[in-house]
Design a protein around this ligand. Structure first.
Ligand code: PRX
Length: 660
């Protein structure tokens, strides 16, 4: 049994510190409970009050929730606002205007700072550049950028003119980019010549060029290229402009365009249980409201905080807790271009010390890999840095195992900082189940309790509540402002995926969960659909299977399952039937490499299967259904307890035992 498994259950409870509780925005459990009661009693009044207090409206709303076309809920829908004005302009004329908005640390350690006033000027200039290229309200702009101030500027500039952005993580392939460009109907792409990660210069523009040379991308009329490094890249005459050209002569004033609260702020693609990624569409008003509120609540944000969320803007965490939330809340935040292990695995701790970070928010995978690194190299252990500036730690993206939690709490947080284990999803827009640092007694491995206004529950397949202690399906029973509005271009799939009829209109999260008997605390037990979570990145098994079988010269059939992994949480395991004889030894290793490279090209390196196993067939039932449970046991290396008597060819189990 690994060390991590051996402490799966940790029963210690960590109450919030007295000083923190005293000064907290939500101070103590009674304050939390009072907010929950308020939200429960009259949701319209509660959310209406929050929306008026937390956002600036160009046109005040008169309706809070419109439920007339369930599950297509509308919030604040006769109101108008601008997201960028709510993140930037609102601070002008207040002491925040000269406060540092972003402390940017590049891969090589160079630091650039920008104040709110300067950021507003940069966003406005960029917005004017977009307008000069005919981009306007309602257009979709695809952003394929490294972690930079410019990436945030591009997102904010789209919001400023009412264009809907769709950010694609810089690790996705040309093919993945092409699919998203087509699906969202992008008119422009914002990218960089290269990105710097771990001391390496990696191409971005070349990937965009490749995507745009594929069929179906004719909607893209302009490509804007940030010159991140001095290395030249090709520029198509008439279509491509460097940022220098885009911004030249543009004014640094640009009036924000007021949009309806329901106007789509962005579409962000994420994996579902079928092959095709889903374009999760978020609305301007409700999304921004929750981004701001959860900054205040979950992180107990103070004016003096230096906030650092390590997520990339290509993921929802980087949208809500880098591009929007911290700015709407007037925080100073750190934006980091590089990777946690370069120049060594002490980088995060060094940066916390250097920038006097007070709130640090990262993923369990990162913590686990840094634990491992510090076990083999004392010099990168957090004890080598002064981390006393920290006051709150956060975790996101996957379950945090109690051992990693305890290490994080002890060695990073000096046993003084609460660890908020925030459960949420691309679809929820912001945190939904999470501790509050100045209220909730913490139990490692538990995301504890729903935020006020979030009606999270655990039910059975017929939507009946299950008693505490019994596992079930995680649902949210009532709508909330930052919820997904639809799947871009596919409202039917939206209804089917998130509001299946048998669940009586509850929102289906797609995770299993259990509440403990003592406190009713939630613990997420993992996805109940065909979605994997690899290093906090969401991957659909079908998506990877489709990529594998698209290699038509080699692959006849493929099945992908997840297995637990000490560092990445889950690892991808692919079972492959080739169109040729069963390979062995070096030949099998060579084919496995070819397949991994192929998947990296089809989707991106994050989707590469860690394990590949070859068989002359896959284990199937008599009706021809792949026995996935059996595959999961094989992937885990578990003894097979399932009935295998119906297998046509039992010897394939021995074949499938070999990992390449
Ligand atoms: O399975 C849950 C897991 O990540 C999924 C959502 O992935 P994504 O949309 O990419 O968003 C990740 C960042 C919010 C969930 O369905 N997940 C997320 N946070 C946690 C978690 N699982 C357990 N504990 C968490 N704190």
């Amino acid at each position: 049994m690994s060390a991590i498994e051996s402490v799966l259950v940790e029963n210690r409870v960590f109450p919030p510190g007295e000083a923190l509780t005293k000064a907290a925005r939500i101070s103590g459990m009674s304050a939390y409970e009072a907010l929950c009661a308020e939200a429960d009693k009259n949701p319209d009044e509660f959310w209406g009050r929050q929306a008026r207090e937390n956002l600036l409206w160009s046109k005040p709303f008169t309706r809070v929730l419109d439920e007339s076309n369930k599950p297509f809920y509308k919030w604040f829908d006769d109101g108008q606002l601008n997201a960028s004005a709510n993140c930037l302009d609102r601070h002008i004329g207040t002491p925040v205007e000269n406060k540092t908005a972003i402390i940017f640390e590049a891969d090589d350690g160079a630091v650039t700072k920008v104040t709110y006033k300067e950021l507003l000027a940069r966003v406005s200039r960029f917005a004017n550049g977009l307008k000069a290229h005919g981009i306007q309200k309602g257009d979709r702009v695809l952003i394929y950028m490294p972690m930079t101030i410019e990436g945030v500027v591009a997102m904010q500039a789209c919001a400023r003119i009412g264009a809907t952005h769709s950010v694609v993580f810089g690790g996705f392939s040309a093919k993945a980019l092409q699919e998203r460009i087509i699906d969202v109907g992008a008119v422009a792409v914002v990218t960089a010549n290269y990105q710097m990660r771990g001391g390496k210069e990696l191409p971005l523009k070349a990937v965009v060029d490749e995507a745009l040379s594929m069929p179906g991308c004719e909607s893209v009329k302009s490509v804007f290229v940030y010159e991140r490094t001095p290395t030249a890249c090709t520029l198509a005459v008439g279509r491509d402009k460097t940022f220098t050209e885009l911004l030249q002569g543009q004014s640094d004033e640009c009036a924000p365009v007021a949009v309806d609260a329901e106007h789509p702020l962005f579409v962000l693609y994420t994996s579902g249980s079928t092959g095709k990624p889903k374009g999760v569409q978020h609305a301007t008003g409700g999304y921004l409201l929750w981004a701001k509120m959860t900054m205040d609540w979950t992180f107990d944000l103070k004016d003096s905080d230096i906030f650092w969320c390590t997520a990339d803007i290509g993921w929802i965490t980087g949208h809500t807790y880098v591009a929007y939330g911290p700015l709407a809340a007037g925080a100073t935040q750190i934006v980091f271009e590089g990777v946690p292990t370069y120049p060594d695995a002490g980088r995060f701790w060094q940066m916390i010390e250097r920038h006097k970070c007070t709130i640090f928010y990262t993923a369990p995978t990162a913590i686990r890999s840094l634990i491992k690194a510090s076990e083999t190299n004392e010099k990168v252990h957090p004890k080598n840095w002064d981390l006393t500036s920290l006051r709150i730690l956060g975790s996101v993206g996957e379950p945090i195992n109690p051992e990693a939690w305890i290490w994080y709490h002890k060695h990073v947080g000096g046993e003084r900082c609460p660890v908020v284990d925030t459960f949420w999803q691309t679809e929820t827009g912001g945190h939904v189940i999470t501790p509050l640092p100045g209220a909730t007694p913490l139990v490692p491995g538990s995301c504890t309790l729903p935020l006020p206004g979030i009606a999270a529950a655990i039910v059975d397949e017929a939507a009946n509540d299950v008693p505490n202690g019994s596992g079930g399906i995680l649902v949210i029973k009532k709508p909330w402002p930052s919820m997904i509005r639809t799947i871009w271009g596919d409202p039917e799939r939206f209804k089917k995926s998130y509001f299946p009829e048998e669940l009586k209109g509850y929102y289906l999260a797609g995770d299993g969960a259990v509440r403990d008997a003592e406190r009713g605390y939630f613990r997420i037990t993992g996805r109940i659909d065909d979605v994997l979570n690899v290093s906090g990145h969401r991957m659909g098994t079908m998506e990877i299977e489709s990529a594998l079988v698209a290699k038509t010269d080699l692959v006849a059939e493929a099945a992908v399952v997840g297995r637990p992994d000490d560092t990445t949480g889950e690892a991808i395991c692919a079972f492959v039937v080739l169109k040729r004889s069963l390979p062995q030894g070096d030949e099998a290793r060579e084919i496995a490499k070819q397949l991994r490279d192929w998947v990296a090209k089809e989707i991106g390196p994050i989707a590469k299967p860690k394990d590949i196993r070859f068989g002359e067939n896959l284990p199937k039932t008599r009706s021809g259904k792949i026995m996935r449970r059996l595959l999961r046991s094989l992937a885990k290396g578990e003894a097979i307890t399932q009935d295998t008597s119906t297998l046509e060819n039992p010897q394939i189990l021995t074949q499938l035992d070999q990992t390449y």
